[in-house]
Design a protein around this ligand. Structure first.
Ligand SMILES: Nc1ncnc2c1ncn2[C@@H]1O[C@H](COP(=O)(O)OP(=O)(O)OP(=O)(O)O)[C@@H](O)[C@H]1O
Length: 267
């Protein structure tokens, strides 16, 4: 379904990603982990089509990924914008209006009725039926992410892209959201790519886990090399020592503070 052939991504003279070669089948749930700034979101944006590889090919069903939004792909970010003056239902219907070709900003007649029916259906799926008349400021963080997921799923995408969608949520709410995402993945037979900072979350949710990391460093030119996929693991088939190894690799290196020259050191 998705194939990446020797992808490199550069911003000006900064190499962000290099030598990405992968193949993903329909229905896989891929979780992406790696140090901050190593290009995970950039990879998701290439899958969405709002960024393109600098070199190499990124293919969906053997065709280059289209650079305009279409119903194949939906995305949820950690923080996202809603229309504050619109209710939950109106926000989801607005997502439909934006997704329509030749967008005019408004839906009329049958198109509006269809959008309302589709929006109500997806809001029920994400557990927001009871809140359709609420405004965004009346929603909890978890409910807001449910709304974001409803918007992303409205066009019935085949691919759902999740960029740290639960990073800002409390642990209990996160557990509910994990269940929701797994239910939606199974119900809609989605292919999911999810960036997370939480390795445990990555192992729990995914069928496959990718670790992004830089394997080449030039201290004189820190931007000369990018990250690549250093581990591509089928989940459920690896032993715990490897888990610990990756966990250690992802831990930020803590540099001790230099002792201050002004602080007296004598007792
Ligand atoms: N549009 C852009 N123009 C220039 N540089 C960019 C652009 N987008 C991203 N970058 C740079 O590319 C690198 C990778 O960013 P990206 O957001 O993909 O990393 P990430 O792994 O998702 O990080 P995090 O885990 O902190 O979200 C960063 O150094 C970032 O500054």
């Amino acid at each position: 379904m998705i194939t990446a052939k020797n992808i490199w991504k550069r911003y000006n003279d900064q190499v962000v990603l290099e030598r990405i070669n992968i193949s993903v089948n329909e229905g896989e749930f891929v979780t992406l982990v790696g140090a901050s700034g190593c290009g995970k979101s950039t990879f998701l944006k290439m899958l969405l089509g709002i960024e393109s590889p600098s070199t190499g090919d990124l293919l969906l069903d053997n065709q280059p990924i289209r650079t305009e939004p279409d119903s194949d792909r939906g995305i949820v970010f950690q923080h996202y914008s809603v229309f504050p003056h619109m209710t939950v239902l109106e926000n989801v219907m607005a997502a439909r209006a934006f997704a329509r070709k030749g967008f005019s900003g408004y839906l009329f007649g049958q198109a509006k009725r269809d959008a309302r029916t589709a929006a109500l259906e997806i809001l029920e799926q994400v557990g927001l039926s009871h809140a359709i008349t609420r405004y965004p400021h009346e929603l909890s963080g978890g409910m807001r992410q449910r709304l974001a997921i409803a918007q992303a799923l409205l066009g019935k995408p085949r691919i759902l892209l999740l960029d740290e969608p639960f990073g800002a949520l409390d642990p209990g709410i996160r557990a509910d959201m994990h269940q929701l995402v797994l239910d939606l993945w199974r119900t809609y037979k989605l292919t999911v790519f999810m960036v997370t900072h939480d390795l445990k979350e990555g192992f729990y949710l995914g069928t496959r886990l990718w670790v992004f990391d830089k394997v080449r460093h030039d201290p004189q030119a820190p931007s000369a090399y990018g990250a690549t996929i250093t581990y591509d693991l089928p989940i459920g088939k690896i032993d715990t020592s490897l888990y610990e190894q990756i966990d250690n690799q992802l831990r930020p290196v803590i540099i001790p503070d230099e002792p201050s020259m002004e602080t007296p050191t004598h007792d």
